[in-house]
Design a protein around this ligand. Structure first.
Ligand SMILES: *Cc1c(COP(=O)(O)O)cnc(C)c1O
Length: 410
């Protein structure tokens, strides 16, 4: 490199994830901008007809068109891949777009997916409904029942295992290593939705997962500003299978949203550790409240997969917890849960999560409202269940906000 050129902004492989989160991106432009540049452009001018031909044929590197190549999106992809410890990543318009691209790029009619029954609701609808329509079969199994996962695999037909850990809202934790071994024993791939922990706490490929999907909308942005998504994995899978699918399908990430997520990742580790610390304090306090029947949080020793969660999640529980209020009947439970939610002044009543602002929701009537009462009970979503995605407000203020309702239950 010439001494006059701006110093590169790319990461070194030996750097710690905290450093890569701040430094890994594409090279600086000739202007030497300190913050990563935002390339809001739909297309790129080619130096010559021959260069255009070579770039379109994939024989020469160079940006062409932002549906599938953009420097800002590339920066976000490189930074996320560095954090997840994967060779490559591809940005998508949303978290659901990431799962759509993954399925679209890897599967064909006649293939079969085994999926946890506790994954994000839209994921179940996408796999069972939309892909079912095109002849991709699927089986849904209990998150933590390894025998059920094993039993659902159809040798030679099952191509993908799909899991999310911890789950929403009950924070059930699955054993990524065990699922990876099952998948690989059947010549299938394991994909993990790592939205809840983010790579700051959990890197699924370290436990054998082949692909990691993200809703960048959640903790990667972390401040509730944009919709974004990504898939991380080997270069073979990302460049070989998903990029061609992206080029045809156009589930593309906007450069602006990529830039917001890119900058969000700089503080990801700090935020996730603080979210987790505050969530643990709140979970411990909730556990001691007489009006609370049960608290679901992987950071609590009482959590059924506490040891596994601590091993997979760098010793942290994450930001999301849920709890059941004490009640004699489902009707009373719902009334009491509504009371606690309605008495808050600080917590935002919204089903979203992954924000600095604490959110509170009643899963049985919102995210899981379309299930029958029987399906809800099977899933463990009671009428008295409240989910909280703990933000970065002072822990005392969040606690006081919940104490108001919990202290005045009738
Ligand atoms: C929100 C979410 C998604 C979907 O992400 P969008 O960006 O809203 O499309 C997928 N998985 C999990 C676990 C989520 O929480």
């Amino acid at each position: 490199m010439n001494a006059d050129e701006p110093r590169a902004c790319t990461g070194a492989p030996h750097w710690h994830p905290d450093t890569l989160a701040v430094r890994e991106a594409v090279e600086r432009t000739a202007y030497g901008e300190h913050s990563e540049a935002l390339f809001l452009t739909s297309s790129f001018v080619q130096p010559s007809a021959q260069a255009a031909a070579s770039r379109f044929a994939g024989e020469e590197e160079g940006y062409i068109y932002s549906r599938f190549s953009n420097p800002t999106v590339d920066s976000m992809e490189r930074r996320l891949a560095a954090l997840e410890g994967t060779e490559d990543a591809i940005g998508t318009a949303s978290g659901m777009g990431a799962i759509l691209l993954l399925l679209f790029g890897l599967l064909k009619a006649g293939d079969h997916i085994v999926c946890s029954q506790s994954v994000f609701g839209a994921t179940i609808k996408l796999i069972a409904g939309e892909f079912g329509k095109f002849g991709v079969a699927s089986s849904f199994v209990p998150q933590t029942d390894l025998d059920a996962w094993k039993g659902a695999i159809r040798p030679g037909v099952t191509k993908l295992l799909f899991a999310e850990t911890p789950t929403n809202p009950l924070t059930e934790v699955c054993d990524i290593r065990a699922l990876a071994d099952l998948a690989h024993g059947a010549d299938a791939l394991l994909a993990v939705d790592n939205c809840f922990c983010s790579p700051a706490l959990q890197r699924p490929v370290m436990f054998g997962a082949d692909l990691v999907v993200h809703s960048g909308t959640k903790y990667l942005d972390g401040q509730g500003r944009v919709i974004a998504g990504a898939v991380c994995g080997t270069r073979d899978l990302i460049e070989g299978k998903l990029l061609p699918a992206q080029r045809s399908a156009g589930i593309s990430l906007s450069p602006f949203n990529a830039w917001v997520v890119l900058k969000g990742m700089e503080t990801l580790s700090l935020r996730m550790h603080e979210h987790s610390r505050r969530a643990l304090l709140l979970a411990q306090w909730l556990q001691a409240q007489p009006a609370v029947r049960k608290v679901h949080y992987p950071g609590l020793i009482s959590h059924p997969q506490h040891a596994l969660a601590m091993a997979q999640q760098s010793g942290h529980g994450g930001a999301v917890l849920s709890f059941d209020v004490q009640a004699a009947t489902p009707e009373q439970a719902r009334e009491r849960a509504f009371h606690v939610i309605d008495q808050t002044r600080l917590c935002s009543i919204t089903a979203n999560l992954g924000d600095t602002k604490t959110t509170i929701t009643h899963p049985a009537s919102t995210s899981h409202g379309r299930l029958s009462e029987q399906q809800r009970q099977a899933a463990g979503i009671s009428q008295g269940l409240i989910r909280i995605a703990v933000g970065l407000e002072h822990p005392d203020d969040i606690q006081a906000d919940l104490a108001r309702g919990l202290g005045t239950l009738r």
